[in-house]
Design a protein around this ligand. Structure first.
Ligand SMILES: [Ca+2]
Ligand SMILES: [Ca+2]
Length: 196
């Protein structure tokens, strides 16, 4: 199905991620935003709190936060502002090799958390549960799912990882990468728990 292109620059995509990561909506990123996202993912997956897959997801989010803080929190107040976040993501993910070191293993861990039968693909319900925990509206998630799904209605992990990389890194991502997290300022970005 053709999808209307969206004028989402890489900067605006990074700001969209910032909006979604700022789970308490206070305008900065803190460690609690990252632990909250990890906890929401575990809860949404239905996995046991102490399942190895759950621990992996928590570990990767904590690593991501600590790396972001080390690189991005230039005034060392434990908070990362939008400007600090954008500069850090560009330096680490776009100009450096941080994406492969941090995001690829994190995304693989998140997919593994929801992929209950281990076929490296997520069903429609699993995909919406995962993206819902990330703060995405069902309509936005369903659009990306429709682009990436195979003939069985499943999103192969490979497709999701590719779209995610394009979302973060590519100057002009393909259709899935463009709509992966909806549009900046769209519903679900308020950071309130109501967005779930
Ligand atoms: Ca916050
Ligand atoms: Ca599966």
């Amino acid at each position: 199905m053709p999808t209307a292109p969206r004028p989402a620059t890489r900067d605006s995509r990074h700001m969209r991620r910032f909006e979604l990561m700022d789970t308490d909506g206070n305008g900065t990123l803190e460690e609690s935003d990252y632990t909250r996202i990890a906890d929401r993912l575990v809860a949404a997956s239905g996995a046991a709190e102490d399942a190895p897959e759950a621990e992996e997801v928590r570990r990767h989010y904590l690593t991501l936060w600590r790396t972001l803080r080390a690189k991005g929190d230039v005034d060392l107040d434990g908070k990362v502002t939008p400007e600090e976040y954008r500069a850090s993501v560009v330096q680490s993910f776009v100009d450096g090799d941080g994406y492969d070191q941090l995001m690829t293993p994190l995304a693989q861990a998140v997919v593994a958390l929801f992929d209950d039968d281990g076929d490296d693909a997520l069903t429609h319900d699993q995909y919406l549960a995962m993206t819902g925990a990330l703060g995405l509206e069902p309509d936005s998630a369903a659009e990306a799912h429709g682009i990436m799904a195979d003939e069985d209605g499943k999103v192969p992990a490979r497709q999701f990882l590719e779209a995610l990389r394009e979302f973060y890194v590519a100057p002009a991502p393909g259709p899935a990468g463009s709509v992966l997290f909806g549009s900046p300022g769209s519903p679900g970005s308020s950071g309130s728990s109501g967005s779930l």
